[in-house]
Design a protein around this ligand. Structure first.
Ligand SMILES: C[S@@+](CC[C@H](N)C(=O)[O-])C[C@H]1O[C@@H](n2cnc3c(N)ncnc32)[C@H](O)[C@@H]1O
Length: 250
């Protein structure tokens, strides 16, 4: 029997998951950023601000290199560039060419193409030398990666000693009342909005289901520790709709 994994609520062979995930993001790439605003009522911007504040890029000329894994259309990378000083640079790595193409176009439009670089690559085998980044981020990406432990080990490998790993991901709502409302919203409204905006309700059904299958915050923190990170912590945001996990390479 081949090893299997979750693809939303379905079980699929581990080797097939990446192709299925790639189909989802190729299908929604052009409307991805608009969908984020519609689905979260703009809240994803506030969640990303929390991540960028934690990255805390230096304001001056001091060199600071960010790697944004599963960085898609470059939203996090460009926010970190905006928050940092003249020495801040960002690399976006993603497996999906369609998402990267949208990101490159955005960076060019904003005159950021010399400070944000877009690279095709897999979180499970990052195409970078060890100890080459000051911070590694991954936002709403890790739950799509088939071998999460492998991706965490890679994030650890490419961080310099003293560097910080930050992961923003949908989590488990822990506020009574909000959980039922959130279920109703995510299983009914999100696929419907997805159908109207991207003509792909299935893609958004997968995204909602994959959130429910993702490990609980404490279990995910233990996976980060197992990858070699130290001082691992996590905190819920917006009643646990999202969690920010942090770990240091020491
Ligand atoms: C929900 S999007 C998040 C994009 C971006 N980080 C953001 O917050 O807007 C998930 C991204 O993960 C990427 N992805 C999925 N599997 C990946 C893998 N194994 N390695 C790198 N990127 C991956 C997808 O192509 C997609 O761009």
């Amino acid at each position: 029997m081949p090893e299997s994994t979750d693809f939303g609520f379905r079980k699929v062979p581990l080797a097939d998951k990446q192709t299925l995930v790639d189909d989802v993001f190729a299908s929604v790439a052009r409307r991805y950023d608009l969908m984020n605003d519609l689905m979260s009522g703009g809240l994803h911007r506030a969640w990303k601000d929390v991540l960028v504040t934690a990255v805390n890029p230096p304001k001056g000329d001091r060199p600071f290199a960010l790697l944004d894994v599963a960085g898609g259309t470059g939203d996090i990378a460009m926010r970190v560039i905006d928050a940092g000083g003249a020495g801040t640079r960002a690399v976006v790595v993603d497996v999906n060419r369609a998402m990267l193409d949208v990101g490159r176009e955005r960076a060019r439009e904003r005159g950021l193409d010399d400070v944000v670089q877009f690279t095709e690559g897999n979180a499970e085998a990052l195409p970078f030398a060890g100890r080459s980044f000051d911070a590694v981020t991954i936002a709403f990406g890790i739950r799509n990666v088939p071998r999460i432990a492998q991706a965490l080990a890679e994030a650890h490998r490419v961080l310099r000693i003293g560097g910080r790993f930050l992961c923003l991901e949908f989590s488990s709502v822990d506020v009574p009342g909000l959980d039922a409302l959130y279920d109703l919203y995510s299983f009914n409204l999100i696929p419907a909005i997805g159908r109207i905006v991207t003509d792909d309700a299935e893609a958004y059904r997968y995204l909602v289901e994959s959130i429910r299958r993702f490990p609980k915050p404490q279990a995910f923190a233990e996976m980060i520790t197992a990858a070699g990170f130290r001082r691992v912590s996590h905190r819920p945001i917006t009643g646990g709709i999202v969690a920010l996990h942090s770990g240091w390479r020491l």
